[in-house]
Design a binder for this molecule. Sequence first.
Ligand code: GLN
Length: 202
Amino acid sequence: MKIGVLALQGAFIEHINMLKSLGVEAVEVRLPEQLDGLDGLIIPGGESTTIGKLARRFGLMEPLRAFAESKPVWGTCAGMIFLAKEITSGTAGKDQPLLGMMDIEVARNAFGRQVDSFETDLDVLVFTNGDKRPFPAVFIRAPKLLAAKGDAHVIAQLPDGTAVAAQQGHWLVTSFHPELTGDSRFHEYFLSVIAQEKEQSQ
Ligand code: GLN
């Protein structure tokens, strides 16, 4: 299995390290041709306007959309914003390029200034292997998932009901940063989505 991490800006090294610690080949992606032969892609956290503008400048917008149509993609934090179809008005950066793939509505920086960063334990519904340990989720100027529509469904919520992770087929989004914790269960879950898809296409 070979996984790419979009490496234009943000926390891509941490994802690469986490994937390598799981014994998976992980490569940095900055150019369209580097998507060739990948089984999945992670779009990291960082600054979604910057990631979008760099993606446009490097001719990555259409190649990323084509890749996401056929292969699993996981967006963390800024990556979640970049994958969303809808950004609530007032929170989108001016001239912010979006891949616009997933049927989710997202509000940027929606946890307020005082709580720009926080850590909390989450119950994640898709860890169905009997593993009931809470997931330590790190939120850094995180977006809120205001709505999951169509085939998209919420897979993790804060205790107050705020949605913070969703899945739509082979697309996954989390408003937090699993690569910044020592807990690899989200990465393992993404690998299981990829493995399932590979199996089905054989
Ligand atoms: N606030 C950033 C944005 O709007 C996301 C923050 C993050 O990725 N940790 O793009």
